[in-house]
Every structure is written in C-alpha cells, then in structure tokens.
Design a protein around this ligand. Structure first.
Ligand SMILES: [Cu+2]
Length: 662
C-alpha cells in the first residue's frame, strides 16, 4: 500500500507542475491540494510500516519523506499563493516557480521510490547523495527550461521580478544556477565515489573482532568426521554417483534429470543412531560439479559440502568421501550445494533418515519418507518406490516424514484422521497436541513428521489443495481395492497450524531474555547490488549480494542471535548450516508452544523473526535463503568462527577469495 501511495504522490506532484506549465491554473490548484493530501497519506502509511520495525522505514524517514516534504512545503508556500493569484487574474500568467517547485516535489517522490526499490536498507551516504543530487539537478534543469523563453511564455515572473533592470538580476540568477549546479555535481560525484569504498570484511555482531591475523588455527579441511561408529553402531557405506539420466516419473512421464545413481530422488540414506555414515560421492558427467550437503544435519564443517568453503567442488571424474556419525535422530535430506538452484531442481537430492537405537522392529508400524518435489510444474509426493497408495491395518502406528525439497513452500492437509506433528526439521516437539482439519505450511527445505493411528477409514494427504493427487492410505479391511477413487473432502479452507503456538513449553538453554554475545541483523530485500562480481537487480542481505556481504564473525561458545526482517514481497526460507536455531519470536510475539528448533524458518513479507543458537560447531558455515534461485541471486553469506580458515576456493568463496584468520 505504501508503494501505491508513493506512486500516487509522484503522479500528483508531477501533474500539478505539468498543468501549471500548461497554464491551467484552476486545475493545477486542485492537483496541488490532491498532492498535499496524498503526501499526508504517505506519512500515515510510513507510520504504519514503522510499527513493524525500523528496517522497513529507515530510508523513508531519513531521506524520502524529508526530501518530498521539503520540496512539497516549498511548493505549497511559494507556488500555492502564486497559483491562487493567477486564478484571480488569469491574464497575468502563471509564474515559473509554480511549475518548478511542484515538479521538484514530484522528482523527490520518484527518487524516494527509486531509493526504496533499488537500494533499500540500510540507507547509505552514497545513496542519499546520489538521490539528492538527481533531484537537485532535475530542479535546476527544469528552472532553466521553464524560465528561459522569457519573451514568449508569459510565466517568467522570476526573471522579471528579480531582474527589473535586466543585467544585474540575470547575473544573480546565473550565479545561483552555477553554484547550485556545482553543489549538485559535487554531491553526485561524492555519492558515486562512495560506492567504490570497500565494505567491512566482517560483521562482528557487537562482539570482538578477529583475534589475530597470524598464529595457529584450524582449517576446515581438518574439521572432519570420526572414522568409526559409536560403540555398538555399524558402518553404513553408500556410493552416490552423480550422473545425467532419463527418468520415468510416477505419472509415467519421462524427463531428463540430474541424478544420484540414476534415481529420483537419490538413494535413501538410513541409519540407526550411533552408526557411521560413509558416503562416497562420484561425479560422472555433471559439468557444473557436485557436492553433498546434509541439510539440517550438524556434521563437522569439513563434511558440510559447501564448494569453495569446506571442500573443492567434485568435478566430472573426481570423488569425495563424506563420513559423519548419525548422532541426530530424525528426518533430514541431502542435496548438492554446487549450482544448487539448477542441480537440486533437476534431481540432485535424496532423503536421510536416522532412527533411534532399539526401534528396528517394524511390525505394527508404517513409516513413510515422503520428499515433495516439483518436476515440470507438477508437485510429486511419493515414497522411494514411487508409490502414492498404501494400505495399513486399522490401529497401525503411521509416521509420514514430509520433506520439502523445492524452493517454495508447500501446503499439506491430512484428511480423514486427527494427527500430531511430532517433529519439525528432524527435532522432536514437546508434547504436541492432537490436531485435525488444519493446513500445514512446510517451508522450502523443511520437514514435518506427522504421526497418527490408522483409522478404519481411508486417509488422504493433500498437497497444495490438489484433492485428486497426493497420497492415499487405506485400512486393509476397507471395502474396495487400492486405487479405487474415494472423494476427498475440500481441505483448502482449513486454517494454518501455527507452530509457534503448538505443543507445550519446556526448559530451553537460553531464551529471548538471555544476553547474546553476538547479535546480527539480516534484512532481506531486492535491490541493485554486486552479485558474483556483476551489478544485478539481485536478492540482497543488508543491501548487498553474495559474495560481497560481510562475513558474520562468531567465537566458539558464543550465544548468537539473529534478527531477520523481510522487506521484500517474497518469502525467504532462512537456513543456517551446521546449527539448529531456537525460534524466540515472530513479529514481536514470543514463541509460546513447544521449543521450536529448526534449520529453516520461513520469513514472509513484512515479518521479523528473532532466533538464537549456541556456536558449538566450529567452521565456516553458509547462511542463506533456501529458495535456491534467491541464494544464487545473492542471498547468501558466511558465518565464520574466529580462528578457522579454508584452503578452498570456488563458488561460495567470499570476497577476497580467502578464509580469514591466517
Ligand atoms: Cu529468498
């Protein structure tokens, strides 16, 4: 709404100036009144927006409104009376100031809109100087054009009033013009020059800076997983070969895909708590290269699969071995982190599920791992065998592990049974209550585990309100064969379950009142920024794009807090590698249900999330939007532990091309 009102103010002020120039005094006066009203409305919308937080209005309060207000006030105080006078005496003509000042207010409104759309938060001196000089330059140019044809236009009162005797006034006008031009040019040049100042290499979040530029430290290359399972565990070995392949989808269609082992999804990786997972990744013919990133799994940094940060990318013909302990129970997934906006979409992903020890017996239980992925515009949810229909005797304990492997959120609805969301992002919730007739919004990259006892009637898992597709479960004694269509009730109107108010509070190691050692603000927006060395209209973090976003610096043991604000008009599923974060609040409302530990949280337009985590996993970690095209367009940075360096270079390398600390 603020954008619309801002656009209206551009139109109203410009129209005022234009009609005055056309000597339509009465109309100009009416438009002037409208421009004043729209400007006051703008003050209201900005005030409303300010209620969401400083990040949403900073440039509007510091630059846009003052710029518009000053020009608008001058237009009202100077041009207004002259337009009134012109109305009373139409033959006298309309003075130049009545044209120049409203137009200048229009330029100011337009410049403000451009600052909001192109630069955003935070406002810099560079932006302010460039915007101010453009408006000033526009005003001077307009004055020159409007006032020049003194003899013919009839609205040259500036010239006639100020220069009753000709030459002296002309000189003064000329002097003002030259001086104004010099100021405008100086400000503009300074603003452009400031663009080329290098930014700080790191954001310390209010904590100490790099401890030292020399001395011993850890290399991510040495931060590797253990070589053996925990006592009693086994070694689970997998070979994943990245290769292009033609794959038949459950729908019967064939697509050209990028795969692990020729399958979509890749081979499911399963383990029991305490096992050692050992995965050999080979690349046959993925020319962009591949890696394996264990999404949500807090592996040692050297196993994290961030190309150019934790390893070299695996090129065709090369291999890399990942080893880590299956210490976390729950539902996870893996995917390539190289050119992931292409690779994951085309199929370089698979599931990772770790079950508790002593729970292998599967009688009386149905446990389905269900990644959802969009191929050619169609959302597919199916188990590893591509099945979308299952039977289970009534009373069976059912667990559905939903995994969103896409870059956009999906909506699920479970029709036909009450259920519990027992885990989010692999981590169990505390005493989750039974829910029914609720929609579930699963962020990109996120996971929900749904648990229920199979009723003696059919159950349907509805994906994105497609009541014909999705997944069907039937009790085996139910009349009719599997596949026989049963109408599913309309679930599209079901209210969305709010996980911040779901489950029961429990003890947490820190909360919103805890004093954080580091506090980082992450403002998400679109804007003009350098992305991969080129100027682009990218997806930005604090006005910058990868790899030009300063690293976030932490020290081991720090309690770290993030404030994530979304100024843009799209959702951003924020994802930090290597650490789960505890949700503290959303839009100032504290999380009041079960403690919610997640690796991906969806920050919708206008929202502000507060999250915190303990820095207990040393390394250099990617911190990015999991809408993977957004990450590719700049929305990605690194969180670096003091004293950790990287010998690698590649697509995720930060500006300067080196790790810090050495
Ligand atoms: Cu995003």
């Amino acid at each position: 709404m603020d954008h619309v009102v801002a656009l209206l103010s551009v139109a109203a002020w410009s129209a005022t100036g234009a009609t005055a120039a056309a000597r339509r005094g009465r109309l100009a006066l009416g438009l002037l009144a409208a421009a004043v009203l729209v400007t006051l409305a703008r003050v209201t919308t900005v005030a409303l927006l300010a209620g969401r937080g400083w990040w949403f209005v900073q440039e509007k309060l510091l630059l846009n409104l003052p710029m518009l207000g000053a020009a608008g006030l001058a237009a009202v105080l100077i041009a207004g009376p002259r337009l009134l006078a012109a109305r009373r005496a139409p033959d006298a003509g309309i003075p130049a100031s009545a044209v120049v000042l409203p137009l200048t207010a229009g330029y100011g409104a337009l410049a403000g809109l451009a600052v909001t759309f192109l630069a955003g938060y935070p406002l810099t001196w560079s932006t302010a100087l460039i915007a101010g000089s453009l408006v000033g330059g526009g005003a001077l140019l307009t004055a020159r054009v409007v006032a020049a044809p003194v003899d013919t236009t009839g609205y040259a009162d500036i010239a006639s009033a100020q220069a009753p005797h000709g030459t002296p006034g002309f000189s003064r006008r000329r002097f003002i013009g030259l001086a104004g031009g010099a100021v405008v040019a100086g400000a503009g040049t300074t603003g452009v020059g400031l663009l080329f100042l290098p930014a700080d290499s790191a954001d310390t979040g209010g904590g100490p800076g790099w401890s030292s530029s020399s001395g011993p430290g850890a290399s991510v290359a040495d931060l590797r997983g253990p070589g053996a399972p925990a006592p009693g565990g086994t070694r689970r070995q997998y070979l994943l070969t990245a290769q292009t392949a033609t794959v038949r989808l459950p729908s019967g269609r064939e697509i050209k895909a990028w795969t692990y082992n020729g399958q979509l999804p890749g081979p499911p990786i399963t383990a029991t708590e305490g096992d050692l997972i050992e995965v050999t990744l080979r690349n046959t013919d993925i020319d962009d290269g591949v890696t394996l990133h264990w999404h949500g799994y807090d592996v040692p940094c050297g196993e994290d699969g961030a190309p150019g940060v934790t390893q070299h990318v695996v090129a065709p013909g090369e291999a890399f071995v990942y080893r880590f302990r299956a210490d976390q129970v729950g539902t996870y997934w893996y995917h390539t982190h190289q050119a992931s906006h292409l690779g994951v979409r085309r199929g370089l992903y698979g599931t990772l599920v770790v079950t508790p020890r002593g729970q292998q017996a599967s009688t009386g239980r149905l446990d389905l791992t269900l990644p959802v992925h969009t191929f050619d515009g169609i959302g597919v949810i199916a188990d590893q065998d591509g099945r979308t229909e299952h039977t289970a005797p009534a009373g069976t304990d059912v667990r559905l592990r939903l995994i969103n492997t896409d870059s956009v959120p999906h909506r699920f609805a479970l029709a036909g049974t009450p259920f519990r969301v027992t885990a989010v992002d692999g981590r169990d919730l505390n005493r989750p209550g039974e829910v029914s007739e609720a929609g579930l919004r699963l962020p990109a990259g996120g996971r929900y585990d749904l648990v229920f006892a199979m009723p003696d009637t059919p159950v349907a898992l509805v994906l994105d309100n497609d009541h014909a597709g999705g997944l069907r479960l039937r009790p085996d004694d139910h009349a009719g064969a599997v596949g026989e269509g049963t109408a599913v009730e309309d679930t599209s109107g079901w209210p969305e379950l709010d996980l911040l108010r779901y489950g029961t509070p429990a003890a947490v190691p820190f909360d919103a009142d805890s004093r954080a050692d580091r506090h980082f603000t992450i403002v998400l927006d679109r804007g003009v920024a350098m992305v991969d060395g080129r100027p682009a209209y990218g997806q930005t973090v604090n006005g910058r794009g990868h790899p030009s976003i300063p690293d976030q610096l932490v020290a081991e043991g720090d309690l770290v807090r993030f404030t994530v604000a979304n100024r843009s008009l799209e959702s951003h599923p924020w994802h930090l590698h290597g650490h789960p974060v505890l949700i503290l609040s959303r839009n100032g409302t504290p999380s009041s249900g079960s403690p919610l530990w997640v690796d991906t949280f969806d920050v919708r337009p206008g929202e502000v999330w507060e999250v915190a985590f303990r820095a207990t996993n040393p390394g250099i970690w990617m911190n990015h939007c999991h809408n993977l095209p957004h990450a590719h367009q700049g929305m990605m940075l690194r969180l670096c532990y003091d004293g950790v360096s990287t010998p690698f270079q590649g697509s995720h390398t930060a500006r300067g091309g080196r790790g810090h600390g050495h």
